[in-house]
Ligand binder design. Structure first.
Ligand SMILES: [Zn+2]
Length: 303
């Protein structure tokens, strides 16, 4: 576990160094144009000036090689693309048009959005609720080194907090999806606040961090929801622009496609809930994303 995360860290460093080795100090604009960094272009990186850079490039090659092996092991047709290094400057995220509540900006309520503004060909995987606790899913995501963010609801998580501790230890961020998964706008302000702040307390107590991100169940919210979320320390409310199931995709946009910066939703579900495993769902997700030339990046790196 420790080794895996050290390797991931080295790969990120290598990517950052390689991006700046291209001659652009900032790196981000260039990465925007050229993302994702490239398989088969390792030769370009083969003769860096400094020995340390050479070592990092070597780490990057190893990281890609590990992904090739893992892709084969987990039955992927194509090797998932490596994401560009995290942006040096985070994009300014604002509420999507039509998703505002009264007084949204005036009261500094957290932004509600379905896509992160970026030109990079990246999407973000977010996984909700927490009912299915499949150990193979944790192994698959670690071995492929695919980032994702979990939005947990205590009523389905509490029978096995340890599963989500292992998820956290493997690098996933654990975020807030309320205590009991109610339709929040049906509740009073005080009850909404209990649902959101209560989950903040659970995540802090069980996993040691206090979430900055919150997603309302069913994507349903009103002004009280956002006021309560803000009072509980929430900074952003990512919804989703596409949803992947074990057997299909569903899209918010008329073009039925994914776009740079799109947030993709799925759920912790298994054979009891749909016709396949978490791994089957991940294969469907990665197939479309990779076929369309996108990499999977970490949402928190962009917020
Ligand atoms: Zn949910």
């Amino acid at each position: 576990m420790v080794r895996a995360s050290a390797r991931a860290g080295a790969a990120v460093l290598a990517l950052m160094l390689l991006a700046s080795a291209g001659g652009c100090g900032e790196g981000a604009a260039r990465a925007d144009r050229e993302a994702p960094p490239a398989h088969g272009q390792e030769g370009r990186f083969a003769a860096p000036p400094a020995r340390s850079l050479e070592r990092y490039a070597d780490e990057l090659r190893r990281s890609y090689a590990a992904r090739v092996t893992a892709a084969r092991r987990w039955g992927l047709e194509k090797v998932p693309l490596l994401p560009p290094a995290p942006p040096a400057r985070k994009p300014k995220v604002t509420t999507r048009e039509g998703f505002e509540v009264d007084g949204h900006a005036e009261h500094g309520l957290p932004p509600v959005f379905t896509t992160v503004p970026t030109e990079r060909k990246v999407v973000f995987l977010t996984i909700d609720d927490g009912a299915e606790k499949d150990p193979a899913f944790l192994r698959m995501m670690s071995e492929l080194n695919i980032p994702y963010s979990a939005f947990l609801s205590d009523y389905v998580v509490k029978d096995d907090y340890d599963y989500f501790r292992r998820m956290r230890d493997r690098g996933a961020t654990l975020n807030n999806h309320t205590l009991h998964h109610r339709v929040l706008p049906h509740l009073s302000y005080a009850a909404q606040k209990r649902e959101i702040c209560g989950m903040q307390d659970v995540v802090q107590k069980r996993f040691g961090t206090r979430p900055k991100l919150f997603r309302p169940p069913y994507g349903e919210y009103d002004r009280d929801t956002l006021r309560a979320a803000k009072a509980c320390g929430i900074e952003a409310v990512p919804l989703w622009n596409a949803e992947v199931y074990v057997d299909r995709w569903e899209y918010r946009e008329w073009d039925r496609d994914i776009h740079p910066g799109d947030i993709v939703l799925t759920h912790f579900r298994g054979k009891r809930n749909w016709d396949g495993t978490m791994s089957d769902m991940v294969r469907r997700f990665l197939k479309l994303v990779t076929d369309k030339g996108y990499a999977v990046a970490r949402l928190e790196d962009y917020l």
